[in-house]
Design a binder for this molecule. Structure first.
Ligand SMILES: O=C(O)c1cc(=O)[nH]c(=O)n1[C@@H]1O[C@H](COP(=O)(O)O)[C@@H](O)[C@H]1O
Length: 287
C-alpha cells in the first residue's frame, strides 16, 4: 500500500479499488499455488516454489489487473516459510502499488477477531494487505474489530454472503425471506451507508459467487444498494462465465470484481501466456 494510505490520510480502499477497476477492468487474479500448478510450472512444492510462483504472477499481470488475491491457505501449507513467501508477495505488490486482497476468510469472537484484524489490516503488520476476506458465521457484529480497523487504515474487507460452492446454500439461504445472506447484505450495506465516504464505492465488500445463478434475486438481495464492491469467484475452473455474472448481478454488475485463479494460472509460467489468459478473461467480462 502507498505510504500516504498507510498513514491513514489517503483514499479509502473502495475509492482505490474503483479507480483500479476503471483503469484495468473488473478482474482480480487469484494467486493459488496448488501443488499440481507448481508442478506444471516446473517448481517445487516448497516455500521457494511459492515465492517464484507468486512473484511471477505479480510481475506478469499485477499492473494490468484491478487486484491480486493470494489464497492464504496455500501459503499456510508450508508453515512459517510459506507465510514468509506471502509476506514477500504482499510487500512487492505494495511497492508496485498493486492492490491485494488476502483471502484468509477469518472470523472469530471479537477479542480474537481484533488479532486477526491486526494481522491483515494494521499499518506495519508484515501480512497487511489492502483488504481481507472475512467469514461472518459467528455473527456479522463479531467482525467489528476488522471493520473498524479497515476503516481507520484505508483498507477494506469482503464478507462472505453467498459463496460459490454448492454446500453454501444450506446455511446462507436459511431463513426464507429473512435469510442469513440477506442479513449479511443488509448489515454491510448499513456500514457503507454510515461510513464517511470519500468516493463512490464503500470499503465493505461482499463475496457472492459467480456460480450462484439467480439466488440473489430469489432471496431478495439488493446488491446495488450495497454501494460497495462484490467479489465474485467462480469464473472458469468452477464453471461460471461472463454472461452468468451479468445475469446474476444485473444492475450491480458495475461494482463486481470477478476473480479467477486456476483458469488463469494454468496458462503460466510463461508471462505472455498469463497475460493472454488475463486479456481473454477481461474480454469475456466486457462483452
Ligand atoms: O473468498 C473467496 O475468494 C472465495 C469465496 C467463494 O465463495 N468461492 C471461492 O472459490 N473463493 C476463493 O476463490 C478462489 C477460486 O479459485 P478458482 O476456482 O481456481 O478460480 C479460491 O481461492 C477460493 O478459495
Amino acid at each position: 500500500m502507498p505510504d500516504a494510505a498507510a498513514a491513514g490520510s489517503a483514499a479509502s480502499f473502495g475509492t482505490r479499488l474503483r479507480s483500479a477497476m476503471q483503469k484495468h477492468g473488473q478482474l482480480c487474479v487469484g494467486i493459488d499455488p496448488h501443488p499440481a500448478l507448481l508442478e506444471s510450472w516446473g517448481l517445487n512444492d516448497d516455500a521457494d516454489g511459492l515465492e517464484r510462483f507468486s512473484l511471477t504472477v505479480l510481475e506478469a499481470v499485477g499492473e494490468g489487473v484491478a487486484a491480486l488475491k493470494p489464497q492464504v491457505a496455500l501459503f499456510e501449507r508450508h508453515g512459517s516459510r510459506g507465510l514468509a513467501a506471502l509476506e514477500k508477495l504482499l510487500a512487492a505488490a505494495a511497492a508496485a502499488e498493486v492492490l491485494t486482497i488476502a483471502d484468509a476468510k477469518r472470523g472469530d469472537i471479537g477479542s480474537t477477531m481484533a488479532a486477526y484484524a491486526h494481522a491483515w489490516l494494521a499499518d506495519g503488520s508484515p501480512l497487511a494487505a489492502d483488504a481481507v476476506t472475512l467469514s461472518p458465521y459467528l455473527g456479522y457484529e463479531s467482525l467489528r474489530p476488522a471493520l473498524d480497523l479497515a476503516a481507520g487504515t484505508g483498507r477494506g474487507v469482503f464478507v462472505l454472503a453467498l459463496t460459490s460452492n454448492p454446500e453454501g446454500a444450506s446455511v446462507q439461504h436459511a431463513g426464507g425471506a429473512d435469510s442469513v445472506a440477506r442479513r449479511i447484505v443488509e448489515a454491510a450495506s448499513a456500514d457503507n451507508a454510515a461510513a464517511d465516504r470519500d468516493g463512490t464505492l464503500g470499503s465493505v465488500g461482499l463475496v457472492v459467487g459467480a456460480t450462484v445463478a439467480d439466488a440473489p434475486a430469489q432471496l431478495g438481495l439488493d446488491l446495488a444498494a450495497l454501494n460497495g464492491p462484490v467479489l465474485a469467484p467462480g469464473l472458469g475452473a468452477q464453471g461460471a462465465t461472463g454472461a452468468d455474472l451479468r445475469r446474476t448481478f444485473g444492475r450491480a454488475y458495475g461494482n463486481v470484481l470477478a476473480t479467477s485463479s486456476r483458469e488463469i494460472l494454468r496458462a503460466g509460467p510463461d508471462p505472455q501466456g498469463l497475460r493472454s489468459a488475463v486479456e481473454s478473461t477481461l474480454e469475456m467480462l466486457a462483452d
